[in-house]
Design a protein around this ligand. Structure first.
Ligand SMILES: NC(=O)c1ccc[n+]([C@@H]2O[C@H](COP(=O)([O-])OP(=O)(O)OC[C@H]3O[C@@H](n4cnc5c(N)ncnc54)[C@H](OP(=O)(O)O)[C@@H]3O)[C@@H](O)[C@H]2O)c1
Length: 244
């Protein structure tokens, strides 16, 4: 039986690594046959990760969508439910951040961050959860951050959005437990991805790689359905990159 898996933000960074890790797990595990729905705003990124996943033997479907746009959130969720009739795994990974001192943050920074990290994540989850609730199985991952529990001085709006996501995670846990839907909060520390822009080599050597996050996510999904890995906290061995 196919596992219908949606990964948002699958074009770059952590989402891209998660997509590839699911594809490889399908190759290595005869009981796991994933159909990967890959979504982000950039079609060219989706085409290239789709090719990589197909090379591992996974079926893919690419759906460009901007989660900051409610019309796209509806289009993406309708596409999945109309074409496949169900969903087994939702990886809420797409996210953005703008990093600067508190006094320099403006309304556009606020709206931009909240629209994707909070509004998009909330309404996509709301649209897809009922399909899991109905069949009493499914798994939702939220790629939040260590910044969902700990403040960083140049990340005021990002931290607000991630603390907010954590509120959604804990609420969805209450619903999930009633209908056998697993909820996993993934809280990474610094991972070297395009989100950070240019990073000098010294910092890069300190940071984690996207595949370091992808492996435990796929492992958590493949656990027996009677168990839920509720939280994955994963930091660089040297701790957090910046405490300012
Ligand atoms: N990197 C880290 O150190 C780190 C640490 C903890 C948590 N996280 C979290 O992990 C997640 C992934 O981060 P990352 O570092 O992999 O970032 P990234 O390299 O910038 O990749 C983000 C992905 O999300 C997509 N995306 C962004 N905004 C979107 C929107 N409005 N609609 C649809 N897709 C959107 C991007 O593609 P397009 O631009 O083409 O849409 C891209 O594919 C985020 O939620 C982030 O907060 C990251």
């Amino acid at each position: 039986m196919k596992h219908i898996v949606l990964i948002t933000g699958a074009g770059k960074g952590i989402g891209r690594a998660i997509a590839l890790a699911f594809a490889k797990a399908g190759k290595d595990n005869p009981d796991f046959d994933p159909l990967l729905i890959l979504s982000s705003r950039t079609q060219a990124d989706l085409d290239s990760i789709s090719l990589e996943c197909r090379a591992e033997g996974a079926l893919t479907d690419t759906v460009p969508a901007d989660l900051a746009c409610m019309g796209d959130v509806r289009r993406l969720s309708c596409h999945i439910l109309e074409r496949y009739g169900t969903i087994d795994c939702l990886v809420n990974n797409a996210g953005v951040g703008r990093f600067k001192p508190f006094a320099e943050m403006n309304e556009d920074d606020f709206d931009y961050t909240m629209a994707t990290n909070l509004k998009g994540t909330f309404f996509l989850t709301q649209a897809l959860f009922p399909a899991m609730e109905l069949k009493r199985s499914g798994h939702i991952f939220f790629i939040t951050s260590v910044a969902a529990e700990k403040a960083f001085k140049h990340s005021s709006i990002y931290c607000m959005s991630k603390f907010g996501q954590k509120g959604l995670v804990e609420t969805m846990r209450l619903y999930g437990r009633e209908c056998n839907v697993r909820i996993t909060d993934v809280m990474p520390g610094a991972v070297h991805t395009p989100m950070w822009g240019d990073v000098d080599e010294e910092f890069q050597s300190f940071m984690m790689k996207p595949e370091d996050i992808a492996a435990p996510v796929v492992q958590a999904y493949l656990q027996p359905s009677r168990t839920t890995v509720e939280e994955i906290v994963i930091r660089p061995t040297g701790g957090d990159l910046q405490d300012s």
